[in-house]
Design a protein around this ligand. Structure first.
Ligand SMILES: [Zn+2]
Length: 149
């Protein structure tokens, strides 16, 4: 039995604003997010089987993350539910992709959101090992399952 970690990289463009933040990030602005999803599992052994030698088909992992995370967040605006309802109403006139979340949309909280979304969707025997989310070229945060038992 060989246990291996497998990582796939994703990319999405998303706008956000940090509610009541004491800096520039209180204004609506966007990031080119780079996301790395690392899963762990045993290498499947079944000579002749199409998935022989794999932990999880990269395509399957890609579709899962695309469908449930990146396609939903891409070109969306994520705002904290504490936003003034009048501001939200005004924003809704210019974009149909507003995601209202009950947390401050920081990289750290988006990581937690992605982990919570993906964990229950992974096939049996596959665990979410870690997630890395780059907000800019020089800034990223990481979530590790071992830190969050
Ligand atoms: Zn930002």
């Amino acid at each position: 039995m060989t246990r291996i970690r497998v990582t796939k990289r994703f990319h999405f463009e998303m706008a956000h604003a940090l509610h009541e933040y004491d800096g520039l990030c209180r204004n609506i602005h966007g990031h080119s997010y780079n996301l790395e999803i690392t899963i762990a599992g045993n290498v499947f052994r079944s000579p002749g089987h199409p998935k022989d030698g794999m932990v999880m088909d990269f395509h399957e992992l890609k579709m899962l993350v695309k469908t449930h995370v990146t396609e939903k967040l891409d070109h969306a605006l994520m705002v904290n539910s504490l936003i003034n309802p009048k501001h939200l109403e005004a924003l809704a006139t210019s974009t149909s992709r507003i995601i209202v979340v009950d947390f401050q949309p920081t990289t750290e909280n988006i990581l937690q959101f992605i982990a919570d979304t993906l964990k229950p969707l992974l096939p049996e025997g596959i665990t979410l090992f870690s997630i890395r989310l780059h907000e800019t070229v020089t800034s990223f945060a990481e979530w590790f399952a071992s830190d969050n038992p």
